[in-house]
Design a protein around this ligand. Structure first.
Ligand SMILES: [Mg+2]
Length: 232
């Protein structure tokens, strides 16, 4: 009986564990890394001026949460069909270390330390690629990452498609909820840091939404709901 009680108690304690989820673009870092990647690809001669202009337009619409995200992703990933996963991973790694890793905001670093001190698992929850998210998690000492994934064929070549749902909007809630279930994390006790109105479903899902330098519409929502707004 004693054993059963202690098992139940430890389960209860484990279930009550919160996690801290962090959006990446314009939250952990002060820019949209998708745009930085597009600029990098242009400089390397991997995309055309037209493709760079199109990427700029998408990023602008993305920032305003006015984009058809699946359509934008479909067009972007088609470009990578037939590329070896290993090559994209290597290029992303080089780019991340040169252009992105130093852009982790000081305030984000402080928040990560606070959560780490409280033994909260740290998870990147982003609409960026699995290539970038995995490198970011490794570089900044996160426990895990959740991001968009891209199937490859048996020879390790990208098929030019993506897994659904995308890790965006309601999709982020699905990814995070599944992860929380598998790691005995309580979503109601958890934190989510984000800048974007597109993240409203996930901000509503956690017990502790944290709004970071929000876009105007999210600022309005946050004020109406008395959510903390952080000036990073
Ligand atoms: Mg963001």
């Amino acid at each position: 009986m004693c054993i059963r009680l202690s098992t139940l108690l430890s389960r209860f304690v484990a279930m009550a564990r919160p996690a801290a989820f962090f959006d990446l673009d314009r939250t952990l870092i002060d820019c949209n890394s998708g745009m930085e990647w597009a600029k990098h690809e242009f400089k390397q001669g991997n995309i055309s001026t037209y493709q760079l202009a199109k990427a700029s337009l998408w990023m602008g619409l993305y920032h305003l949460s006015l984009i058809d995200i699946e359509k934008a992703y479909r067009q972007a990933v088609t470009h990578y069909a037939g590329e070896p996963v290993e090559a994209v991973d290597r290029r992303t790694r080089e780019w991340f270390h040169d252009d992105i890793s130093h852009r982790l905001r000081d305030e984000a670093r402080g928040a990560l330390k606070d959560h780490r001190d409280q033994n909260h698992p740290l998870v990147i929850l982003t609409n960026s690629t699995c290539f970038e998210a995995s490198i970011a998690a490794e570089t900044w000492n996160f426990d895990d990452w959740l991001a968009n994934r891209f199937p490859a064929d048996d020879d390790g070549m990208l098929t030019g498609t993506f897994e659904t749902p995308l890790c965006y909007g309601e999709g982020k809630v699905e990814y995070a909820t599944n992860w929380a279930r598998d790691h005995d994390v309580d979503m109601d006790a958890s934190y989510f840091y984000s800048d974007s109105l597109s993240d409203l479903p996930m901000l509503e899902r956690v017990g502790h939404p944290r709004i970071v330098d929000p876009d105007p519409r999210l600022r309005r929502e946050a004020r109406n709901r008395d959510w903390p707004i952080l000036d990073w």
